[in-house]
Design a binder for this molecule. Structure first.
Ligand code: ATP
Ligand code: MG
Ligand code: MG
Length: 381
């Protein structure tokens, strides 16, 4: 079975390893902070450097889109990298991402690229407030974003943004995208895989809820056919245009019955973690199947499932394990404010049962401060 090198050694590489083991796959992870190839579950176990890792594997993939372009180049030259480096770079640079959406005629929020104060002023005129400004590179979990609602804040925000651009350390010049705020009804995402043979399989749309800009809950329940078809069309257009191989996530704003793309992630995605318990084949296995040229596994929803992120907490009461269907996925990371420490998947035979279990989970987790989940479950019931 195949040897896979993952660029990045976080929880996504770890979960790829956990999904790849039963298939007999050998997964190693390249830690970009230490420049060492390590065991994805036991990072103290060091195998060697990047060149050695590249030479010894059959396939290379990435668990995040902000990989140094020089690293991507070295990997691509071996013809082992999936998805390709252009796809990864596009997911890591909002300027390229927006240009791709526009080229493919895919609906998204009205936006402009900003490089200087003149651009900033004309963006305000063109888009009208409220506007959200996003750094072109390196943004995640809502970091590197500014929201302008009140014209009196414009000068302060420009000052902060221009300092941010000036202090950027990336080799590619940093920039800003100004985007119209969308009054969406809800946020959804589609996770899907495209294999080396061009086979495509997508999961049902997932509903996503954020707390302070970080994904807190994803919900996978049966989806209206027309909406799913719309998302599938976008997925197909984008993956074919990028000649994409692997799992790709697309985040959308739903406005009425229309989907506007927010952003894409060229990798397995937090809003697809529910697939570990809620789908026939999880996203991690399907990613590995796709990049290793295997047929894709069924993406069917088995039962309504929710994924609850554990953010900045490491004191989870044992009581949660008495809730039926609870599946804990712990990442074994040092606790930090706002850091994703793990997630819990929860299923039900019906949506009502799932909502009841979420209420129970919320009550237990509340002891360790989880305000949002309670509100969420109460509204859902
Ligand atoms: P992620 O962790 O998903 O990669 P990110 O830092 O790349 O996050 P976005 O997904 O672009 O950031 O934005 C974070 C959240 O901010 C969105 O999920 C949404 O709730 C809100 N948001 C972003 N853009 C807009 C917009 N144009 N209109 C309204 N809300 C927005
Ligand atoms: Mg993002
Ligand atoms: Mg996002």
């Amino acid at each position: 079975m195949k040897k896979v090198l993952v660029l990045g050694a976080g929880q996504l590489a770890r979960m790829m390893d956990l999904a790849g083991a039963p298939l007999g796959m050998d997964i190693k992870a390249f830690d970009v902070r230490t420049n060492k190839v390590v065991h994805p579950i036991d990072p103290e176990h060091i195998y060697g450097d990047l060149n050695q890792g590249i030479a010894e594997c059959d396939v290379i993939t990435a668990e995040f889109e902000h990989v140094a372009h020089s690293t991507l180049k070295v990997c691509e030259e071996t013809n082992k990298l999936f998805p390709n480096s252009d796809a990864i770079k596009t997911g890591g640079d909002r300027r390229l991402e927006k240009a791709l959406l526009d080229t493919c005629n895919i609906a998204n929020a009205k936006h402009v690229v900003i490089e200087n104060k003149t651009d900033f002023d004309s963006a305000i005129n063109l888009l009208q407030l409220p506007i959200i400004f996003k750094s072109a590179l390196e943004g995640y979990d809502g970091k590197g974003q500014w929201r302008l609602k009140d014209p009196q804040q414009a000068d302060i925000i420009w000052q902060e943004m221009s300092e941010f651009i000036a202090n950027a350390s990336s080799s590619t010049p940093q920039g800003i995208i100004a985007e119209q705020m969308v009054a969406f009804d809800r946020e959804v995402s589609i996770i899907g895989a495209r294999s080396t043979t061009g086979e495509i399989a997508v999961y049902p749309l997932t509903e996503n809820h954020h707390t302070n800009g970080i994904l807190s809950v994803s919900l996978a329940t049966p989806v209206a056919e027309a909406l799913q078809a719309q998302a599938f069309e976008v997925f197909t257009k984008l993956t074919e245009k990028l000649n994409y191989v692997g799992v790709l996530a697309i985040e959308f704003f739903q406005v009425g019955e229309q989907l506007l793309v927010n952003e894409i992630a060229p990798r397995v995605h937090n809003s697809g973690h529910w697939t570990q318990q809620g789908a026939d084949t999880c996203q991690f296995e399907n990613h590995l199947r796709a990049i290793c040229g295997l047929p894709l596994g069924s993406t069917q929803l088995i039962r309504p499932t929710a994924m609850v992120n554990i953010i900045g907490e490491d004191d989870i009461p044992d009581e949660i394990f008495s809730i039926p269907s609870v599946a804990m996925h712990w990442y074994d990371k040092e606790k930090r404010d706002g850091r994703k420490m793990g997630h819990i998947n929860l299923c039900g035979q019906s949506e009502v049962e799932l909502a009841e279990r979420l209420m129970t989970l919320a009550a237990v987790l509340n002891k360790t401060s989880f305000p949002d989940l309670n509100n969420f479950a109460a509204n859902y019931l």
